[in-house]
Design a protein around this ligand. Structure first.
Ligand code: WQD
Length: 345
């Protein structure tokens, strides 16, 4: 019988792409989402791509302990991939309690029910934000985490630590909960089918949705935050990781847990490409690959931005047998195809 993976937050941007790849790899999935930051567009897209309209979908809030408990009673769950969380850095600064409550309580409920039902494997979606403004680049998993600069970033650090501690506590008794944290760099792009992609609510905070919305005419002009950084072209450097490549890393990590291949009870992997790309390079590549001109201007730096961060991905490459494959051009073409799909073009 196929192993079952619970994908919490599975109707969102990353969760929907991961669901597609899990199903392609032969796993059964149950998606749980409270739909607080998405609609059914991506889940419908997942059904179309996989040709499966029988994927179980449970509209629940993971902060509701009884609802999470019922999920674990109704389904035999072998692994959980936990995405259900708020993710807007700026909003988290304005509403810290909302962020701490949502992001921590939902995760605690999952861990508690997992433990109560004989334990299972838990993959936590973490972020390169835990490294802050690192001194030595690229960052490895051993690079020290720096104090978080937002409640959002702090919830990522706290959930990593919670998972580590829960694994340590169970290892001595039942050895049942194993954990992996994947630290994503900057996920961008969409599925090649253009049936699922990023669906920001309101004005996008992130670069690529802002680019595609400007190109389609929803926004007048892209502001590039800062061209006076001490980098080659003066703009910030990031490690932009294709969303389908990122999704495949989850399948590799889940298989590692379920196939008993983990070397420690709790493991951490950087998920990026290992290549730094500047904001200006990304904008230029977008224009070139899609054959259009983007309206942009340089403005002041955005407070809180780090100048540069990119991943050393050797651990994920070696241990997960995973590597980012799509080029940044392919990814930017997919982001544009998705924006056009949304516009009905
Ligand atoms: C990338 C680069 C901006 C918008 C954040 C979170 C992180 C993770 C991903 C999310 C930066 C520049 C951006 C714009 C610009 N979490 N930029 N004009 O800041 O690297 O990471 O999102 O869920 O935790 O911190 O990503 O896409 O916002 O910015 O010039 O309109 O693009 O300054 O250099 P970031 P981003």
């Amino acid at each position: 019988m196929a192993k079952r993976v619970l994908v919490s937050g599975g109707a969102g941007y990353i969760g929907s792409h991961v669901t597609v790849e899990l199903i392609a790899a032969g796993y059964d999935v149950v998606v749980a989402d409270n739909m607080s930051n998405c609609d059914m567009t991506c889940f419908e897209g997942v059904r179309k791509i996989t040709g499966r309209d029988d994927i179980p979908f449970e509209q629940i809030d993971c902060c509701d302990a009884a609802a999470v408990e019922k999920l674990f009673t109704d389904y035999q769950i072998d692994a959980v991939i936990h995405f259900a969380a708020f993710k807007a850095v700026g909003e988290s600064v304005a509403k810290p309690i909302m962020y701490y409550r949502n992001n921590l309580v939902s995760f605690l409920n999952i861990l508690e029910s997992a433990g109560r039902h004989g334990g299972c494997n838990v993959l936590f979606s973490s972020s390169a934000t835990v490294y802050g403004e690192a001194e030595d680049l690229p960052v490895t998993e051993k690079t020290p985490r720096l104090p978080a600069t937002s409640p959002y970033g702090n919830t990522k650090q706290m959930c990593e630590d919670i998972l580590r501690d829960v694994v340590a506590a169970t290892a001595s008794s039942q050895g049942v909960i194993k954990g992996i944290a994947l630290r994503y760099f900057n996920p961008i792009g969409a599925h090649p089918s253009a049936l699922i992609g990023e669906l920001p609510r309101g004005v996008p905070n992130n670069l690529v949705p802002f680019i595609t919305q400007t190109a389609i005419g929803k926004r007048e002009c892209l502001s590039i935050f800062g061209n006076d950084y001490p980098t080659e072209d003066g703009t910030c450097l990031r490690d932009y990781i294709d969303i389908v490549d990122l999704a495949k890393a989850h399948v590799a990590a889940v298989s590692r847990m379920l196939d008993g291949k983990m070397k420690e009870g709790y493991e951490i992997f950087n998920i990026g490409t290992g290549r730094p790309v500047s904001v200006y390079e990304l904008v230029t590549a977008f224009e070139k690959v899609n054959g259009l001109k983007l309206n942009y201007r340089f403005v002041d730096r955005r407070p809180g931005d780090v100048m540069a961060i990119w991943a050393d991905t050797s651990l994920a490459n070696e241990e997960l047998g995973w590597k980012a494959e799509r080029t940044v051009e392919e990814t930017l073409a997919s982001a544009w195809a998705w924006e056009k799909h949304l516009a009905g073009k």
